[in-house]
Design a protein around this ligand. Structure first.
Ligand SMILES: *Cc1c(COP(=O)(O)O)cnc(C)c1O
Length: 390
């Protein structure tokens, strides 16, 4: 067995090129470090990449979820959300005064179970639920067309947490590729630019939509609810409004702005998005082929998978995790089902509430997958895992 790999192999890692560094240096030398032209440039480039009319950049993915939950509204209501996600997908409902109702996964796709979602909606008095939050888990795209039809049947909103899936797509019933976050079916979608995600900005987030009114509302919430356009002032005839300095705060907003430094890095990273997606898919295909006919259950395959993570399932997960770490390979566990975290247990959730997500959690392991992973490193990971997996 080969043991020539001396550097640690993480599950995910950013890749910073000389072009990225040059873009950041240029941003640092510009007049505006924040609220400058690089934000609008990144928004336009990202909107073009996803194929969506509106993209609003914010400080991080969690801020994106927060402003979406506020703009869509869920005060005093429940919102359906998958239990197999990062806690932020559910926490945004609490920020906006709602209560998450966790839905189990389909064990085949690892995505939110649409049948279970429909059962919950059908069993509750109308007005109980405000919306649905789906997650393209590990990069595997949700069929948003089906969820849109369900949301419409019950008159509620649909939010796509697409943090794992920039560049991913599902195929709709007309045979068309629908890119994650393109707003064709979901009311709003969100992305993160944390360094383990596809596009690294240090921190950063984006909201995408086809709905102009929602985009405007979110733009307000991102910047303290401040309105500078005289056409939109409420007190334009009042004597306090007489002067060029005047602005209005019309909503209770936040400072959720991205900086121009981050936007410059993200814009530069976005130029390599297609190339990096190709590499993620190439490494995933290799894992798929070597794990066929072994005890290792490979990640679910879907045509438009963007492969943020490569997730396997094994029966002796703890032993695999410990062995890989002893070999300087650092897998991760995605995720502890959100309903089992202490904060949500205190709100009444317990083991048994989402059995498929819990069974998945007991066996899952996220293997190294990132564009700069080397072939010999991937082979080493495979050899080490195959030596121990049951
Ligand atoms: C990373 C992530 C978030 C949060 O994004 P941040 O930028 O870290 O705030 C939300 N949802 C999912 C599914 C994520 O993976």
């Amino acid at each position: 067995m080969k043991n020539s790999i001396s550097t640690p192999i993480p599950y995910g890692k950013q890749h910073i090129t000389p072009d990225d560094i040059a873009a950041v240096v240029e941003a640092l030398q510009a007049d505006l470090l924040t609220q400058g032209p690089r934000i609008a440039q990144f928004e336009a480039d990202f909107a073009h990449y996803i194929g969506v009319p509106y993209a609003v950049a914010v400080a991080n993915g969690t801020a994106a979820l927060h402003v979406c939950a506020l703009a869509l509204g869920c005060e005093g209501k429940k919102v359906l959300v998958t239990s197999l996600t990062f806690a932020a997908s559910a926490n945004c409902i609490r920020y906006a005064g709602g209560e998450p109702d966790f839905v189990d996964i389909d064990p085949e796709t690892l995505l939110m179970d649409i049948h279970r979602t429909r059962e919950k909606l059908a069993a509750a008095p109308s007005g109980t639920y405000a919306g649905i939050i789906v997650v393209d888990f590990a990069g595997n795209p949700v069929n948003l067309q089906a969820f849109r039809a369900l949301a419409d049947d019950f008159g509620i909103w649909l939010l796509e947490d697409a943090c794992h899936a920039p560049g991913g797509y599902f195929v709709d019933d007309k045979g068309l590729q629908q890119r994650c976050g393109n707003g064709e079916y979901a009311d709003l979608a969100i992305f993160s630019f944390h360094p383990v995600k596809h596009i690294a900005a240090g921190e950063g987030g984006m909201i995408t939509t086809r709905n102009a009114a929602l985009a405007e509302k979110i733009t307000l919430l991102r910047n303290h609810g401040l309105v500078r356009d005289p056409q939109k002032w409420q007190l334009s005839t009042d004597d306090i409004a007489q002067g060029g300095w005047y602005y209005e705060m019309q909503e209770l907003g936040f400072n959720y702005r991205l900086t121009d430094i981050q936007a410059a890095l993200a814009t530069s990273q976005l130029r390599r998005a297609d190339e990096n997606l190709y590499l993620r898919r190439k490494f995933a295909a290799r894992y798929d082929s070597v794990f066929a006919n072994t005890p290792i259950q490979a990640a679910p395959f879907a045509e438009g998978n963007a492969y943020h993570l490569y997730v396997v399932q094994v029966n002796n997960r703890a032993a695999c995790y410990a062995h890989l770490r002893s070999q300087q390979i650092f897998p991760q566990i995605h995720y502890i089902p959100v309903h089992l975290l202490p904060y949500y247990r205190q709100r009444g959730w317990q083991r048994g509430d989402c059995p498929h997500a819990e069974a998945y959690y007991d066996r899952c392991l996220s293997l190294p997958l990132y564009p700069t992973l080397q072939d010999d490193e991937q082979i080493f990971v495979v050899e080490q895992l195959m030596a121990i997996a049951e």
